[in-house]
Design a protein around this ligand. Structure first.
Ligand code: BG6
Length: 461
């Protein structure tokens, strides 16, 4: 069977500045929370490998863009590092960074690859974190100025902007579950951080529209469909709460211009609402986007809580649900995540039916694999499992499109094995294998498969 995709479908991959650039403490770049955290607690990082150990895109950008071309990418998402462009978060612009990003953007365009640019992919400048990070409204204003600087510098050529990548992740990691700096566990502070991130997003959208730049602006959200264990009302309610907290807390403001009433009521009932100013509602309403990036890796499976809540315990999302391991679920054997391909279709149908079918694309989907060298055959990683992973997801994506979903492209995480936050190089995701010692790059079987699929705008199975 042949699966053909619409004309001008975006084929590509995504990465981020901190995960690929390297040069983490040079060329005028300011420190990020990751540089700081690694310097103070290296043991929190897999094998003690920190953000200075990357595929050195800062030096290799030209050759890497050639590789993107070899993969037949017509589009590619990376981020600008706020701390590289404006080392103190606010104030002086680092001209070396301007040159670097100009070169990258120009080269991508010269090679026929559309640059998709994210403004914030988890890498808060340390100078901004020192004044409270997203808990401080001054940081919201500083981010808006940074965004405006990016639009002024690169907005004549970049046509696809994204204010944030997975904004809920720094909330969860930094303020609920202790896997990002500043390692706080406090729901109220988490709610403030999430709220201020939405305000920062909206400020950037406002600045973009006010500047009449030629492109479009959106956001990238990691959407995790929440499936209840059963249709029992208590399980369904648990899934609804998860959806509100982990998906709709960002999805509704950016697509509808307001928060879901149920979410507000729930937080109010538990006295967890962040402080709001009267002008915030108008700002949030102005933050509606042109284009949604959807990152999809795995679903969330939940059930109602088995045990009663101890009212003395600190308020956490888990007050509303328990995780549930669905018997027979398909697991990635090389990394403990569930693989559920129809999830991608369910997301698109939800967007079509409940959010007015917005312009969207799959901005990340990917399969992390540990110890991938074990699959080397004749010098190349034979990652048939990844080809299967992609094609099975693409089938469901194709079904969504054939049923009218407005999905414009598919980007994989990621083009080259990259450093990943606390996991460093534990899970490899790339189309291209990276030898960290020699910096040698070798295209995997999946890279060849993807290049052919992109070239043909279709695949057969
Ligand atoms: C995505 C992020 O959610 O997951 C990436 O946008 C990240 O930045 C990727 O690297 C994979 O994460 P991990 O933990 O499996 O390496």
């Amino acid at each position: 069977m042949k699966y053909a995709f619409p004309e001008n479908f975006w084929w590509g991959s995504a990465c981020s500045a901190l995960q690929t650039e390297g040069e983490s403490q040079g060329s005028g770049k300011g420190l990020t929370t990751w540089d700081h955290w690694f310097a103070t607690e290296p043991n929190r990082f897999h094998n003690g490998v920190g953000p200075q150990n990357t595929s050195t895109f800062y030096q290799h950008w030209k050759a890497d863009i050639q590789l993107l071309k070899q993969l037949n990418h017509n589009s590619f998402r990376t981020s600008i590092s706020w701390a590289r462009l404006i080392p103190e978060g606010t104030g002086e612009v680092n001209q070396e960074a301007v040159t670097f990003y100009n070169q990258v953007i120009d080269e991508l365009i010269a090679q026929g690859i559309k640059p998709f640019i994210t403004l914030f992919h988890f890498d808060m400048p340390m100078a901004m974190q020192e004044i409270g990070g997203w808990e401080n409204r001054d940081v919201v204003a500083a981010y808006a100025r940074y965004a405006e600087t990016c639009f002024e510098l690169f907005g004549d050529r970049v046509m696809h902007w994204f204010t944030f990548n997975e904004p809920i992740v720094p909330v969860e990691g930094g303020y609920l579950y202790d896997f990002h700096y500043p390692n706080v566990v406090d729901f109220r502070r988490a709610a403030t951080v999430a709220y201020h991130t939405v305000l920062a997003h909206a400020q950037a959208v406002r600045a973009f529209r006010a500047g009449h730049y030629p492109g479009e602006i959106g956001i990238v959200l990691n959407l995790t469909p929440s499936y209840p264990r059963s249709q029992n009302p208590a399980d369904v309610k648990a899934a609804h709460h998860c959806d509100l907290l982990f998906n709709r807390s960002f999805l509704d403001p950016v697509l509808c211009g307001e928060y879901p009433a149920d979410l507000v009521a729930m937080l109010k009932a538990h006295d967890q609402l962040p402080a709001c100013l009267p002008e915030d509602s108008a700002l949030i309403a102005d933050g509606k986007i042109d284009l949604l990036g959807v990152n999809y890796y795995q679903p969330r499976r939940v059930k109602c809580r088995d045990s009663a809540i101890n009212p003395q315990a600190p308020f956490m999302p888990e007050w509303f649900f328990d995780s549930y391991e669905m018997p027979g679920r398909k697991m990635n054997p090389y990394r403990g995540w569930e693989i559920y391909e129809p999830g991608i279709y369910d997301i698109l149908i939800n967007l079509r039916d409940n959010y007015g079918n917005p312009r969207c694309f799959i901005s990340e989907n990917g399969m992390g694999v540990e110890n991938e060298q074990r699959f080397i055959e004749n010098g190349q990683i034979n990652d048939q499992y990844r080809i299967e992973f992609i094609s099975e997801h693409l089938k469901w994506l194709h079904k969504g499109i054939s049923e009218g979903c407005n999905c414009l492209g598919y980007h994989m995480w990621t083009f080259i094995d990259n450093w990943s936050w606390c996991n460093a190089y534990k899970n490899r995701y790339g189309f291209i294998q990276l030898d960290l010692t020699t910096q040698q790059r070798t295209i995997k079987k999946s890279g060849e498969w993807f290049a052919a699929t992109s070239l043909n705008n279709s695949f057969d199975i």
